[in-house]
Design a protein around this ligand. Structure first.
Ligand code: PAN
Ligand code: ZN
Length: 195
């Protein structure tokens, strides 16, 4: 029989998303994902001016095993690279048939999803939105507002993260600012993929 582990609480600050204990913190600067943005001139200017922090993830320490539920908060900071909003890298789950739930606590976002056949979907993220990402959809969170986008996520322990496909091909859509409002448009750099 598997080892019986002790139940435990984590305190989630509902205002800013910070967990106590903090858990495993992942920090992403622009330099960690510079090829993912459209405007490489804007990327270079931002890198020359100090490499902005794009997002932070606080992960509760739970084994990455079947039967467990991994959970974490993500904080995507407000900002743009050219006219493209700050966003997460985005990924498929390694075990691609696993779902996820995002509960938004603060800010405004767009949750961009893409199936393996290239179909895309978006959901608005706002305080109180509970977004269900079904199995088989890659997902990326984009901060389209003026304050941090903060959300709490829960997903199966054995889901894993596969960044490779998105790093290589991108998403078929990008979210750009037009007169300060977000618009979802076709990604001119998208590498069409047949599965
Ligand atoms: C989230 C994401 C988190 C950061 O917890 O991992 O928002 O995004 P990237 O992992 O794409 O950098 C999640 O979807 N976990 O499965
Ligand atoms: Zn995920």
């Amino acid at each position: 029989m598997a080892t019986l582990r002790q139940p435990f609480n984590t305190h989630l600050n509902l205002g800013n998303g910070v967990l106590v204990p903090e858990g495993v913190k992942v920090v992403r600067h622009l330099s960690d994902m510079k090829d993912m943005y459209q405007d490489q001139g804007a990327v270079q200017r931002l890198l020359d001016n100090g490499d902005p922090l794009i997002y932070v993830v606080y992960n509760v320490e739970v084994p990455e095993e079947a039967g467990e539920l991994r959970h974490c908060t993500s904080i995507v900071y407000p900002g743009r690279v050219g006219n493209e909003f700050f966003m997460t890298k985005g990924h498929f789950h390694s075990k691609v048939g696993t779902a996820e739930i995002y509960l938004t606590l603060r800010g405004r976002g767009i949750l961009l999803m893409q199936a393996q056949d290239g179909r895309t979907a978006t959901l608005d993220m706002f305080p109180g939105s509970v977004s269900y990402i079904p199995p088989y959809w890659a997902h990326r969170s984009i901060n389209v507002g003026p304050e941090p986008l903060v959300f709490f996520a829960v997903y199966p322990g054995d889901a894993g993260h596969n960044y490779g496909v998105i790093e290589e091909k991108g998403f078929a859509k990008v979210v750009l600012a037009q007169d300060d409002a977000p618009v979802v448009v076709d990604n001119p750099r998208y590498v069409c993929r047949r599965t």
